[in-house]
Design a protein around this ligand. Structure first.
Ligand code: DAH
Length: 342
C-alpha cells in the first residue's frame, strides 16, 4: 500500500509540473484530491489495516497529503499572480522597485562648492561642533566681554574643564576651524571648512538652531583683497551662472579687517528686483574680509610676513535660494515629502 501511495505521489508531482492554468489545476484536484479521487481511495483502505500498520501508514499518508496540498496552494498562488505557467519566470517584467534614499539638498550644494574649491587647490577640513569658548570667540578676536559676542546667541555647555571653568560651547560658526587649520598646517594655506553650527535662536521660517556654514581661508605672502574678490566672483558664477555679479559693502566682524558682506545678483530677477531679493536686485549670502593680524597670531602665523582672506557662507541660505525653499526648518524636519523632491 505504501508503494502504491509513493507511485501515486510521483504521478501527481509530475502532473503538477505540467499545470499551466487554473483549469489544469482544477482537473488535477478533481482527479486526485476529490472525495472520489485516487488519493482518497488509498485513505479509505487505511481502516482495514492492522492496528500497527494503521498507525505507521496513517502517519506517512498524512505527511504525503500535506506536502501535496501545500504544493497545490503554491501553484495556485503563482497562477493567480499572473504567470501563465507555475514554474515560469518572465525576465522581461520590470523588477521590484528597491526604495532608494537621496542626498540631502544641503549636502548636494556643499559637495558642489567643495568640488569647485578642490579644483583650485583648497583642502576640505572639518572641526569639532562642541568647541571651546577660546576657539569660538577669544582666538577670533572677540574680547571676553565685548558686545560682539552677542551677535551670536550661544548654547553654553555646562561641563567644567580641568581648571573648573565651564568653557565649552556648541560652535556658533565655522570660523574657529580657521584657527585650528592655521595651527595645524601653518602658512601658506588654502582651505574650506564646511560644517554644522548652532545658535540659541527662537526658530521661524528664516532661523534655525542648527544650520550649516561653509568657511574659507587663504593665507600666503601678498594675499590681497583682490584675491578675495576674484575667488568670490568665481563662486557666484558657478552657483548662479556667468552673468552673476558680486557686491561688497563694509561690515564689522571682529576677526577680519577690513570686513565686508557679500551679495550676488539675484538669480531670479537678474538684478531687476523681486520678492526674493526684497526688490534690491541683490542677495546677501556671505561675510568676508582680510584676516585680522591678531587672528593670524592666534593661529601661530606671523602677520608681518603673511596676509590672508577669509569668508563664511550661510549654506542653508544658498540652498533655500537655489531651490526656492521658503522655510529653513524643513532641512532638519526629516520629512520625506520634502526630502524626496531632491
Ligand atoms: N562667522 C561669521 C558668522 O557666522 C561669518 C563670517 C564673516 C566668516 C566674515 C568669515 C568672515 O570668515 O571673514 O556670522
Amino acid at each position: 500500500m505504501k508503494e502504491k501511495l509513493i507511485k501515486l505521489k510521483e504521478e501527481i508531482v509530475s502532473k503538477m509540473s505540467e499545470i499551466k492554468d487554473l483549469g489544469g489545476l482544477r482537473d488535477l484536484e478533481e482527479r486526485y484530491f476529490s472525495r472520489k479521487g485516487e488519493l482518497n481511495e488509498i485513505f479509505k483502505g487505511i481502516k482495514d489495516l492492522s492496528d500497527d500498520l494503521k498507525k505507521d501508514f496513517g502517519q506517512f499518508a498524512n505527511v504525503v497529503k500535506q506536502d501535496l496540498s501545500s504544493s497545490l496552494s503554491d501553484i495556485r498562488s503563482r497562477i493567480e499572480k499572473g504567470s501563465s505557467s507555475a514554474n515560469f519566470v518572465d525576465p522581461t517584467l520590470p523588477a521590484k522597485k528597491i526604495a532608494k534614499g537621496s542626498i540631502h539638498p544641503v549636502t548636494q550644494v556643499k559637495q558642489e562648492i567643495e568640488d569647485l574649491f578642490y579644483s583650485m587647490g583648497f583642502m576640505v577640513l572639518d572641526g569639532p561642533e562642541l568647541e571651546s569658548d577660546y576657539y569660538n570667540f577669544t582666538a577670533l578676536n572677540f574680547a571676553p566681554h565685548h558686545p560682539a559676542r552677542e551677535m551670536q546667541d550661544t548654547f553654553f555647555v555646562d561641563i567644567k574643564n580641568d581648571e573648573g571653568q565651564a568653557d565649552l560651547v556648541m560652535r556658533t560658526h565655522t570660523s574657529p576651524v580657521q584657527i585650528r587649520a592655521m595651527k595645524k598646517y601653518g602658512a601658506p594655506l588654502k582651505a574650506i571648512m564646511p560644517g554644522r553650527c548652532y545658535r540659541n535662536e527662537a526658530t521661524d521660517a528664516r532661523h534655525e538652531h542648527t544650520f550649516y556654514q561653509l568657511e574659507g581661508l587663504m593665507i600666503g605672502e601678498d594675499i590681497s583683497f583682490a584675491h578675495l574678490k576674484g575667488v568670490l566672483e568665481m563662486v557666484g558664477k558657478k552657483l548662479y551662472g556667468p552673468n552673476t555679479k558680486l557686491r561688497m559693502r563694509p561690515k564689522y566682524y571682529p576677526f577680519v579687517e577690513p570686513g565686508s558682506n557679500g551679495e550676488y545678483t539675484c538669480f531670479l530677477c537678474q538684478g531687476k528686483g523681486c520678492r526674493v531679493c526684497k526688490y534690491t536686485g541683490w542677495l546677501e549670502i556671505l561675510g568676508c574680509g582680510m584676516v585680522h593680524p591678531d587672528v593670524l597670531r592666534s593661529g601661530g602665523i606671523d602677520p608681518e610676513k603673511y596676509s590672508g582672506f577669509a569668508f563664511g557662507f550661510g549654506l542653508d541660505r544658498l540652498v533655500m535660494l537655489k531651490y526656492n525653499i521658503d522655510d529653513t526648518r524643513l532641512f532638519n524636519s526629516g520629512d520625506l515629502r520634502f526630502l524626496k523632491q531632491f
